[in-house]
Design a protein around this ligand. Structure first.
Ligand code: FNR
Length: 232
């Protein structure tokens, strides 16, 4: 059968999967080396080629190198992180406190990807029933950038332990613009083999076979051949 969409070479396909499997959330391994502008432009362009509801392209990219702004963001992180630590007790809390959950000042740059909730006007194609579709679209821009960064040898860390309204005010965001992702970017000393949360015993990857259902929630697929592949 001729399949003209099957036009990735084996190497190209392997490269894409490699970026997917070897992408990591980076917090501790940042090097101070600046990101060359052509590389940064490629990452932003990768993000800008994400799918978006009604082709809304709700994202903007705030490049942050100001030490003062980063210190303000870090202060919000420290406050929110102290609150978050109180959700745990005993050994779990000790483990939580031992986790490094941001690289705001060590990374050579921070990037906030925002979602402009009113871009495209009142009626965006595909956003009529579920208004959050713009946020989901912006998440895809984040993931595009994250994968492209991996292929460029650049680590990305997502810091969500920040008060969003404080972040919006630090970055001077207009009313309709939501600070969707606060990211730390930079070259790294290494990409870890596994998520740090797994290595540190916080949580491990769930078996995929238990997450695949057939037609209705809870019904295990009776496709043994597929299940066997999923167990690998
Ligand atoms: C929306 C969102 C928000 C956050 C994260 C991720 C995502 C998708 N992650 C990273 C997260 O812990 C990590 O992705 C998982 O542990 C899996 O590890 P790898 O990304 O595969 O290395 C993350 N990590 C961290 O150290 N501090 C944080 O605030 C956050 N916040």
């Amino acid at each position: 059968m001729h399949n003209s969409g099957h036009d990735f070479s084996d190497d190209e396909r392997a490269g894409l999967y490699r970026a997917i499997y070897e992408r990591r959330d980076v917090r501790s391994q940042f090097l101070p080396d600046p990101i060359p502008r052509p590389v940064l432009a490629r990452l932003l362009n990768a993000a800008h080629h994400a799918p978006s509801v009604g082709f809304m392209q709700p994202w903007d990219f705030i490049l942050i190198d100001s030490p003062e702004i980063r210190e303000q963001v870090l202060a919000s992180f420290n406050e929110e992180n102290a609150k978050a630590a109180k959700n745990y007790t005993g050994e779990r809390q000790q483990t939580y406190r031992s986790l490094k959950l941001q690289g705001i000042t060590e990374s050579p740059m921070n990037l906030c990807i925002t979602c402009n909730r009113s871009r495209g006007g009142d009626h965006v194609l595909g956003r009529n029933s579920v208004v959050e579709m713009d946020l989901f679209s912006t998440c895809l821009a984040v993931q595009n950038l994250w994968l492209a960064a991996r292929a460029e040898g650049i680590g990305v860390g997502w810091v969500s332990i920040i008060d969003q309204s404080r972040l919006a005010s630090i970055l001077n965001l207009p009313e309709n613009v939501y600070p969707l992702a606060y990211l730390c970017l930079g070259y790294v000393s290494e990409f870890l083999d596994k998520p740090e949360l797994e290595t540190k015993g916080w949580r491990s990857r769930l078996p995929l076979e238990g997450l695949v259902h057939s037609n209705r929630w809870g019904a295990e697929p009776d496709d043994e051949a597929l299940l066997e592949q999923l167990r690998r």
